[in-house]
Ligand binder design. Structure first.
Ligand code: PHE
Length: 447
């Protein structure tokens, strides 16, 4: 294939750039904000167990597949799918997979940005909450203010647009490589704090002791969706980044590193948060506000808590930014390649679309809270539809494309491996196991 080491957006020269960027995309609100509250809403241990199984048996194999497609195609997901379907001499309709991913990215960005706005707003919190009722009512009254939510949502989208407009990652490498380890250390520190909260074991057993009676179709679907969401899979983010990955790097090694780090961060967040939940008599199923209630409470009661609180929410906001840019990148790269837009213009137009949709999500906590479809407000609806439907479907089509459509030689060449037993297991998972499991989960849920 011609010019196999270049995309028009450049490749990342640094050895670590791809791993950093992909980890930056994966680690974000999904780990620290969403994972704990999803676990809490879905009964704890059983959810966590299914989530971990989905990461191992579906997530990692699909992540390898998605990077492989991206690097082979060296274009935006839309054009990559076009190019690879030509290479595999099959129908060009596979391009739709890239297109659906770009749309999913914008939809996710629209509500992601609202929640990321909360994280930025909490940097300026005073962290002197006397008890759980004060911190809860502060969060509730924050949500009740359309002006505040829209303001912080706008701040976050503007930052996202500004970074993507300049070209993803240039300059961001330093931030990610320095600040992510710091976030990690802070989480470990919070876990230590939780140990002496008085309810550490209760928190741990809630998180890790599965109560199998809690498993339902919707718990399984939630865990599956969360696995895709947290690994940034199924919508082209990892595919778009794969396009900038140098050919010599190992895709398999990278996928395992990114997935392990991501999972570790989510588990640490859970271990930090649930003991605080129980120690303060809060309900684990507190919904999207869980992190914004438990952690400020913890910061309020520790020495130098205000400082730790500020640093924590700064780092969380940056982690969210390094994820949001990967939500915008696939559609921007496509407009730049195919419609010859300037990067700046493309980022501005698409970012504004996500921002407008996000207004509805922001308002769904106050002015539009009565407006519900299938029992969900706009924020929950977008979240559900993208994470639990679009991402798993996208992921399955990625699995099918690599498992059934791509030529074996192309795959082996990208992965720089021989056709060994691990390769055969992986292809078997992509061909049969992953599509079958996702189909069963969908059918189970909708029946
Ligand atoms: N994985 C990111 C997080 O956990 C969210 C994300 C989803 C980013 C899909 C890109 C694509 O916060």
């Amino acid at each position: 294939m011609e010019n196999s080491d270049q995309s028009i957006h450049g490749t990342w020269k640094g050895r670590w750039t791809f791993i950093l960027a992909a980890t930056g995309s994966a680690v974000g609100l999904g780990n620290i904000w969403k994972f704990p509250y999803m676990a809490g809403d879905n009964g704890g241990g059983a959810f966590v167990l299914i989530y971990l199984a989905c990461i191992c048996f579906i997530g990692i194999p699909i992540m390898i597949a998605e990077i492989t497609i991206g690097r082979r195609g060296r274009n935006s997901p839309v054009n990559t799918m076009k190019k690879l379907s030509l290479e595999a001499q099959t129908t060009p309709y596979w391009t739709l997979l890239g297109l659906a991913g770009a749309v999913a990215g914008l939809l996710i960005l629209s509500f992601y940005s609202v929640a990321a706005g909360w994280a930025i707003a909490y940097i300026f919190s005073a962290f002197n909450y006397s008890d759980s009722s004060v911190v809860t009512s502060t969060f509730d009254s924050f949500l009740a203010s359309p002006g505040k939510l829209i303001f912080w949502h706008s701040v976050f989208i503007v930052l996202t647009i500004a970074i993507v407009a300049r070209g993803v990652i240039e300059g961001l490498e330093v931030w990610i490589s320095k600040l992510m380890p710091l976030l990690f250390i802070l989480l470990v520190f919070l876990c230590l704090y939780s140990m002496q909260s008085g309810a550490f074991l209760e928190g741990l057993s809630y998180l890790f002791k599965p109560d199998f009676t809690k498993i339902t179709g919707s718990v399984i679907l939630a865990a599956l969706g969360q696995a895709f969401f947290t690994l940034s899979l199924g919508m082209g983010a990892i595919m778009a980044y794969g396009a900038y990955m140098p050919s010599k790097q190992s895709i398999i090694y990278t996928a395992f590193s990114v997935a392990s780090l991501d999972t570790l961060v989510a588990l640490l967040a859970g271990i930090a948060i649930f003991p605080i939940v129980f120690a303060n008599g809060l309900s684990p199923s507190g919904g999207p506000g869980l992190v914004f209630i438990t952690l400020p409470l913890a910061f309020s009661s520790m020495p130098l808590g205000a400082l730790f609180g500020i640093v924590f929410f700064v780092l969380l906001s940056i982690a969210a930014l390094s994820s949001s840019i990967s939500l915008l990148e696939p559609s921007v790269a496509w407009l730049v390649e195919s419609l010859k837009f300037k990067r700046k213009t493309a980022a501005l137009i698409l970012g504004t679309i996500a921002w407008s949709l996000g207004l509805l999500s922001a308002l769904s906590f106050n002015l539009l809270s009565e407006f519900k479809l299938f029992g969900r407000n706009f924020f929950d609806l977008t979240d559900f539809f993208t994470n639990q439907i679009m991402l798993p479907l996208g992921g399955i089509f990625i699995a099918i494309f690599v498992g059934w459509v791509m030529k074996k030689d192309s795959i082996l060449e990208e992965l720089s491996i021989k056709e060994n037993i691990l390769y055969k297991i992986w292809i078997f998972i992509l061909r049969y196991v992953a599509p079958f499991l996702v189909a069963v989960v969908f059918i189970g849920y909708f029946l």
